[in-house]
Ligand binder design. Structure first.
Ligand SMILES: Cc1cc2nc3c(=O)[nH]c(=O)nc-3n(C[C@H](O)[C@H](O)[C@H](O)COP(=O)(O)O)c2cc1C
Ligand code: SF4
Length: 449
C-alpha cells in the first residue's frame, strides 16, 4: 500500500446518504435538493442539453456513451410523445451502486428525471427497476408520490407550464432486461429480448417513439451539473473521462462499500481508503467493471480507473464494480460461478450465446471438480471465440471476458485442476458443493497465482 495520505473522495451523489431519513423529500430539500430543477426551468431546454454535453458526462451504465450527445440524437419534435426511460435494472454481478443510490436518495434520481425530461421535451418518464428489489421499488413509488404532492411532478411544475408524469415499473428480474432494447420490450409487456438495431431507441424506442434510455447514476448526476456547471464537473476526472462516480468495492476488502471519487482514481488509492485486503492477504485478481470486464491483477493496482486507461490496459471500466479477490481464491471456481450466471441469464435468442454459455458452464464445472481433460482449455477458448462478436447482444460478449482473461492470466491454475484432478485451493470448500476431490489436492507452483 502507498504511504501517501490521500482523500480523493468527491461525495456528490452520496453526499446526503448519511442524513436522517435521507430518502424523504423533506430531508432532500433540507440538503439543498430540487434547486437544479428550478435552475433548469429558468432556461431553454436546449441550454440544459448543452450544459450536459459540455460537462462531458458519459453514461454510467457501462458503455460510457456521452449523455448529452445521446439526448441530441432525438429527432426534432413532431408533436407526438417522446420518452425518458431510466435503466434501474442493475443486475451485473458485482454492480451495486444504483440500488443504494435509489434507497438512500430517490429524490435525487427523480430530480434528474424531471430535469432530463424537460431538456429532451418528454412529458412521461419511466423508471424500470429490477424486480427482485422490492424494497427499492416501494421506496421509489413513495418518493414519486411525495414529489407529485410537492408539485415537482404533475401538471404545470413550479408554475413553469412544464408537465411530467413518472411511472415506476418493476421488471420480473432478468439480467437481459438491463440491455436497453430488451428493457423496452419488457416495459411494453413483451418478453424481454434485445431488438435488432438500428433503429436505435432515439429514433424508435418505447412504443416506437423517440426514447432516451439512461442509467440511474447518469440521470442522478444531472442535477449537480445543472447547479454547479460544466466546468465544475470537468474539474474532476480526466480530460475524456470527466467527473466523479461511484466505485463499488466488494469482496475481500476490509471495508467494502461505495466510494465516490473522480474518474481516474486507482485501485491502490481506493484500497488505501477501504483498509486494504482482508487479513493482510495479497490481491490476486479483480474486476474493474463487473464480471463482464476482463480480469485485472495486482499488476494493475496503479491503472487509472477512467475509460481510456482501463481500455488501454486490456479491460473496460464498465460499471466500476470492483470485485476484489485475494490469494486464497480459486480463479476456476470464481469464473465457474460467473458462468452459471451467464448460462442462466442468456435469453436464448441467438445460438452462439444460448449454446455457448451452456457449454462453457459444463466445461468449467468439469474442470473445477477435477474432471477436466487436456483439451478442455482449447475448447473453452474456441467456444469463446465463437461467441465473441457473433452474439446478438453484449451479454454474449461479456460472458467470454472472465473465461479468456482468467485463462490468459492463470493458465497454470486451470492446468493444475486438470492434472491434479481436483481443486488445489481450500479443501473445505468441497463440502459446499457436495464434492470430494478424487485425489489429495496438488499444490500449485509458486508462479501459478
Ligand atoms: C446484458 C446487459 C445488461 C445491462 N444491464 C444494465 C443495467 O442494469 N443498467 C444499465 O444502466 N445499463 C445496463 N446495460 C447497458 C444498457 O444497454 C445501456 O447501455 C444503458 O442503460 C445506457 O445508459 P447510459 O448511457 O446512461 O450508460 C446492460 C447491457 C447489457 C448488454
Ligand atoms: S447474446 Fe445471449 S442474451 Fe443476447 S440475444 Fe443472444 S442469447 Fe440473448
Amino acid at each position: 500500500m502507498s504511504e501517501q495520505t490521500i482523500d480523493p473522495l468527491t461525495p456528490v451523489l452520496s453526499e446526503t446518504w448519511d442524513a436522517r431519513r435521507s430518502w424523504t423529500l423533506d430531508a432532500y430539500v433540507a440538503q439543498g435538493g430540487w434547486k437544479g430543477l428550478a435552475k433548469a426551468l429558468a432556461q431553454p431546454p436546449a441550454d440544459v442539453v448543452q450544459v450536459v454535453k459540455d460537462s462531458g458526462l458519459r453514461g454510467r451504465g457501462g458503455a460510457g456513451f456521452p449523455t448529452g450527445m445521446k439526448w441530441g440524437f432525438l429527432p426534432a419534435p413532431d408533436g407526438g410523445p417522446r420518452y425518458l426511460v431510466v435503466n434501474a435494472d442493475e443486475s451485473e454481478p458485482g454492480t451495486c451502486k444504483d440500488i443504494p443510490l435509489m434507497l438512500a436518495s430517490p429524490q435525487l434520481l427523480i430530480e434528474g428525471v424531471a430535469i432530463t425530461s424537460y431538456a429532451i421535451g418528454c412529458d412521461h418518464a419511466f423508471i424500470y427497476v429490477r424486480g427482485e428489489v422490492l424494497h427499492v421499488y416501494r421506496r421509489l413509488l413513495r418518493a414519486v408520490e411525495e414529489a407529485y404532492a410537492a408539485g415537482y411532478l404533475g401538471k404545470n411544475i413550479q408554475g413553469s407550464g412544464f408537465d411530467l408524469d413518472v411511472t415506476v415499473h418493476a421488471g420480473a428480474g432478468a439480467y437481459i432486461c438491463g440491455e436497453e432494447t430488451a428493457l423496452l420490450d419488457s416495459l411494453e409487456g413483451l418478453r424481454g429480448q434485445p431488438r435488432l438495431k438500428p433503429p436505435f431507441p432515439a429514433v424508435a424506442g418505447l412504443y416506437a417513439r423517440p426514447t432516451v434510455v439512461n442509467n440511474v447514476e447518469s440521470i442522478a448526476s444531472v442535477p449537480a451539473i445543472v447547479n454547479e456547471g460544466s466546468d465544475w464537473f470537468r474539474s474532476m476526472g480526466t480530460e475524456r473521462s470527466s467527473g466523479h462516480g461511484l466505485f463499488s468495492l466488494s469482496g475481500h476488502v476490509v471495508r467494502p462499500g461505495q466510494y465516490e471519487a473522480p474518474l481516474g482514481i486507482t485501485l491502490r488509492e481506493l484500497l488505501d481508503m477501504a483498509g486494504g485486503i482482508r487479513g493482510g492477504n495479497r490481491l490476486k485478481f479483480w474486476t474493474p467493471g463487473g464480471s463482464s470486464t476482463p480480469l485485472f491483477t495486482d499488476a494493475h493496482l496503479d491503472t487509472p480507473l477512467d475509460y481510456e486507461s482501463v481500455a488501454a490496459a486490456g479491460s473496460m471500466l464498465g460499471t466500476r464494480a470492483l470485485q476484489i479477490f485475494d490469494e486464497t481464491t480459486c480463479v476456476v471456481r470464481a469464473v465457474s460461478r460467473w458462468m452459471d450466471f451467464y448460462a442462466h441469464e442468456s435469453c436464448g435468442k441467438c445460438t452462439p450465446c444460448r449454446e455457448g454459455t451452456y457449454w462453457l458452464k459444463q466445461i468449467l464445472r468439469r474442470i473445477e471438480h477435477g474432471e477436466g481433460t487436456e483439451s478442455d482449455l482449447d475448447v473453452l477458448l474456441d467456444t469463446c471465440d465463437n461467441i465473441l462478436g457473433r452474439a446478438f447482444c453484449a451479454l454474449g460478449d461479456g460472458a467470454t471476458s472472465p473465461v479468456t482473461s482468467s485463462i490468459a492470466l492463470f493458465r497454470e491454475e486451470f492446468e493444475a485442476h486438470i492434472t491434479g484432478r481436483g481443486c488445489p485451493f481450500d479443501p473445505s470448500a468441497a463440502a459446499l458443493f457436495d464434492y470430494t476431490p478424487r485425489r489429495a489436492p496438488q499444490a500449485l507452483t509458486a508462479g501459478a497465482h
